[in-house]
Design a protein around this ligand. Structure first.
Ligand code: TPP
Ligand code: SF4
Length: 251
């Protein structure tokens, strides 16, 4: 019998440590499928973050670095500059990328480094117990905003993709979600396009993924999927914010 669905060869045959309903596992698989389909396993290098996906190197079967909090784009920059033939990517949460690593990601994009970033926006610090992140929505309850995030005290959520798309060094910037099969397929296309942008030498590429985080959201996996649709997507619209064919960097 022909086998039509199987584990990507870029993924180890292990079970993950993620909570039931977590989006990280789906995104890991999409990254692995993209690596398989582009036949780049031998030259792909990932940089793992600090946060729930810190153990990414246990799941992806390519060469991996582990970066200190927020510093993954700096490590990826060095790796790519000394070995331009490699396909180098970072995988970062919103606490990692949009808080402690804000400077790294902005300057990496502005410099037009030919790397790819997979940015997981789950609107909270997952690993450390559900504190407020820069992406936490107004009114969202977290352990550090127990009455709901109030703009008077903590300002407004960062729209990272929109900010980065203004930078000349950014070639491909897209926001996707993994809350239903249609969006998962769109997310896969965006991740593949981001790698292709790098392989063509067109500049920096980033895919922001709106991702379910049921445990600190205090929701069931089903409620979390609905919350992404009803609360996150209206604030963080999906789509391509910059693409090489509409004027992305060509440096
Ligand atoms: C400099 C520094 N500050 C804080 C921490 C603690 N810390 C580890 S993971 C984490 C939250 C990560 O959240 P996020 O990046 O959103 O990833 P998630 O766990 O939600 O996937 C924090 C604050 C740290 N390790 N280093
Ligand atoms: S805390 Fe959130 S991001 Fe971390 S494993 Fe659980 S669901 Fe996933």
């Amino acid at each position: 019998m022909e086998r039509i669905f199987q584990r990507p060869k870029s993924m180890y045959q292990v079970s993950t440590h993620y909570c039931p309903g977590c989006g990280h596992g789906i995104v890991h698989r999409l990254v692995a499928e993209a690596i398989d389909e582009l036949s780049i396993l031998e030259r792909a290098v990932g940089v793992a973050p600090v946060g729930c996906s810190v153990l990414l190197y246990n799941y992806l079967n390519c060469d991996m670095y582990e970066a200190a909090h927020g510093r993954a784009p700096a490590i990826a920059t060095g790796c790519k500059r000394v070995n331009p033939e490699l396909v180098v990517f970072t995988y970062q949460g919103d606490g990692d990328l949009a808080s402690i690593g804000t400077a790294e990601i902005i300057h990496t994009a502005a410099r037009g480094e030919k790397i790819t970033t997979i940015f997981i926006n789950n609107a909270i610090y997952g690993m450390t117990g559900g504190q407020m992140a820069p992406t936490t929505l107004i009114g969202q309850k977290t352990t550090t905003s127990p009455f709901g995030r109030a703009s008077e005290e903590t300002g407004y959520p960062l729209r990272v993709s929109e900010i980065l798309a203004t930078l000349d060094g950014a070639a491909y910037i897209a926001r996707v979600a993994v809350n239903n099969p249609k969006n998962v397929m769109q997310a896969k296309r965006a991740i593949k396009k981001a790698f292709e942008t790098q392989m063509l030498g067109l500049g920096f590429s980033l895919v922001e993924v709106l991702s379910q985080c049921p445990t600190p959201w205090k929701m069931s996996p089903q409620q979390a999927i609905k919350w992404v649709e009803e609360e996150m997507i209206p604030h963080y619209p999906l789509g391509e914010f910059k693409s090489p064919q509409d004027g992305g960097s060509s440096n």
